[in-house]
Write a protein that binds this ligand. Structure first.
Ligand code: 1PR
Length: 592
């Protein structure tokens, strides 16, 4: 019997779904006795090693797990499930590792690259794999999904254990290990599409009729071949499909899409339905934009959330994001339809899923309070890999700035990233341009975020089309908004970006109210400004209209990922065309 070890953090639902989708049954490890009953153990660690190790010890699982591994029965670890095998980790000074593998887990150097490392990369075999070219289902031509800030650097001590190597920036690290009955990957097979499922299947079927394959005895490959492959494969940019989800006037949960955040049809509809007014006075106007709208305009309906997520997975999206865009209303967890959307999508969509909207402290109608951490945890257990925080992040940074930079440790960003790791916390920005004729017209505090709308990007000689304000203004700064663009706040994107990074966010999803739905291309000046303010990954969003927009934003700003909604929903630009174009431009991308 296969047992999966869930120590209580992160998204284990996806692994369970992928194992089931391959036709295997399993049980959860619930007691010390289960280690004796197990024929095979899968340990899908996610997030922070500190909580993984302390939870294993609190449950009394650490010694039984070591005994299980020493017994020679098959063990597969994923991400933290690989890192716990080592003697120690820089991430957790107080909790020693299990010591199954000699060596230490260290942190990526962030001086030359974004950390966490979040995205797709190859896995280059250290040893000759013979005719089959594949061991443990690992394919030299496939990409796998990695998300981590810590890694095991490759050196001669790791020769015995390293199965594959991967390169991120200048660092070559161990992306999977194998020796005897132990196999573990730094990447997430359950999030790596068909290529990842192949790895899981291979491990699940190995040893069923005899011995496990032991690659550690095979001869080593020529170093030059390994180096060539490490560079050729490399870290890829990501293409994200985004689904703005809300209930329409008929009460159906639909994917919608706005222009500058107005998600209603331009023309008054012929139906007699009227928009449902907000039931909560605190919600403000029940319209979907700051722009006044005539009555009777329907919410645009571009399809069902789960169907579209499945379509994008099949078409090769590297990630799928769901944003609950009516979360500005009260959104108690007890009847949150987005939970089902995530649950159902995670059953068949094996790439990372992000869920945003309403990730904050909430109160159910019966008075039950739920912390942002609890809300996020509920989504993770349903199959989300990351949560995206919008309005609450702005308030958190405002409070931190007002307190002279002091952190409380109690904000959603802090509590969620502490428990689940900062890779699990995205912050979604909804900035708007504020135009000015001169930088001096901008309040001094916001001048660091002023951009010149008539010049090339700083440090670039590539000409960039002037993009002046409506009255010919040459400058602008980017003001943050909350509640889906309804309310502006006295904070700019640079303050927000640096604030959320210091609170522990692992990624920024950078929308633009001005460009949303415009198909005019990403706001390169905005994207470049935020990208150079932080060292965490940035996802450029809003305005994609053609394949060239993607290569341009990658080339000109260096962002890690680019997101689009409208052009994918309306099938105007297929994801495969975007990827073919980006690849033809010499930019690394995962091609399915
Ligand atoms: O504040 O934590 O509850 O989160 C609310 C979330 O909902 C935020 O992430 C916010 O961005 C999002 N949101 C709220 N209202 C809207 C709206 O459109 N009326 N959607 C909204 C944000 C922007 C992107 C869109 C890109 C790409 N929409 O999601 O997908 O602009 O579109 P394009 O490629 O078609 O140009 P909280």
């Amino acid at each position: 019997m296969l047992y999966i070890l869930d120590y209580g953090a992160g998204n284990v639902a996806s692994l369970a779904n992928s194992v089931r989708s391959l036709g295997f049954d399993f049980k959860w490890v619930e007691s010390v006795e289960d280690f004796d009953k197990a024929d095979r153990i899968l340990f899908p660690g996610v997030g922070a090693i500190r909580s993984a190790l302390s939870s294993l010890r609190e449950k009394g699982f650490a010694e039984p797990l070591k005994k299980y591994i020493a017994s020679g029965r098959p063990y597969m670890g994923i991400c933290i499930g690989m890192q716990v095998l080592f003697e120690s980790s820089d991430e957790s000074e107080v909790e020693p590792g299990l010591g199954v593998i000699p060596g230490k887990v260290g942190r990526f150097d962030s001086s030359d690259k974004t950390v966490p490392c979040m995205g797709w990369n190859g896995a280059t075999a250290l040893r000759e794999l013979g005719e089959a070219k594949k061991t443990y289902g690992l394919d030299a031509d496939s990409s796998y999904y990695f998300v981590h800030s810590y890694r095991v650097a490759f050196d001669e001590k790791m020769e015995d254990w390293a199965l594959t190597l991967t390169k991120y920036g200048d660092e070559t690290y161990v992306s999977s290990v194998q020796k005897g009955n132990v196999f573990a990957t730094q990447f997430h097979p359950e999030k790596s599409g068909p290529a990842g499922l192949e790895v899981l299947k291979s491990w699940l079927t190995q040893g069923e009729k005899g011995q496990l394959v032991d690659t550690s005895v095979k001869p080593r490959r020529e170093q030059a071949d390994i180096d060539e492959e490490l560079v050729r494969r490399g870290f890829t940019k990501r293409i994200v499909a985004c689904l703005d989800v809300r209930t329409n006037d008929a009460g159906d949960l639909v994917v919608t899409k706005g222009d500058q955040y107005d998600v209603r049809e331009a023309e008054e509809s012929t139906t007699t339905e009227t928009p449902i007014p907000s039931t909560n006075a605190a919600d403000g106007p029940s319209s979907d934009s700051t722009v006044p709208k005539p009555k009777g305009r329907d919410v645009r309906n571009l399809g069902k959330p789960v169907d579209l997520a499945r379509r994008y997975f099949a078409e090769g999206a590297d990630e799928v994001a769901f944003l609950n865009i009516t979360s500005f209303r009260s959104c108690p967890m007890h009847d949150q339809p987005m939970l089902d959307v995530v649950r159902q999508s995670a059953e068949t969509v094996f790439v990372p899923l992000t869920i945003g909207g309403g990730i904050r402290d909430t109160t159910d109608p019966d008075g039950t309070s739920r912390s942002a951490l609890e809300v996020a945890g509920t989504y993770f257990r349903c199959g989300a890999d990351k949560v995206s925080i919008g309005s609450d992040a702005v308030f958190a940074v405002e409070d931190m700035l007002a307190a002279g930079g002091k952190k409380t440790g109690k904000t959603g960003i802090e509590t969620i990233s502490y428990a689940y790791g900062n890779q699990a916390v995205v912050v979604s920005f909804d900035p708007k341009r504020v135009y000015a004729n001169s930088p001096e017209d901008v309040p001094a505090i916001h001048r660091p975020s002023v951009v010149d709308l008539a010049s090339p990007l700083p440090g670039s000689s590539t000409p960039l089309k002037a993009d002046l304000g409506p009255n010919g203004e040459r400058y602008c700064w980017y003001q943050c908004t909350v509640r889906g663009g309804r309310e502006t706040r006295d904070i700019d994107v640079v303050q927000l970006a640096q604030g959320v990074e210091s609170l522990g966010a692992g990624e920024i999803l950078l929308n633009s109210v001005d460009r949303d739905g415009s198909k005019a291309g990403f706001d390169l000046r905005l994207v470049a400004l935020v990208k150079r303010s932080v060292s965490i990954p940035v996802v450029a969003s809003s305005g994609a209209g053609k394949v060239e927009d993607f290569s341009e934003v990658f080339r000109e700003t260096g962002v890690e990922a680019a997101l689009a909604a409208g052009i994918f929903h309306r099938k105007e630009v297929p994801i495969s065309d975007v990827k073919d174009h980006v690849q033809a431009e010499g930019i690394k991308i995962r091609v399915v």
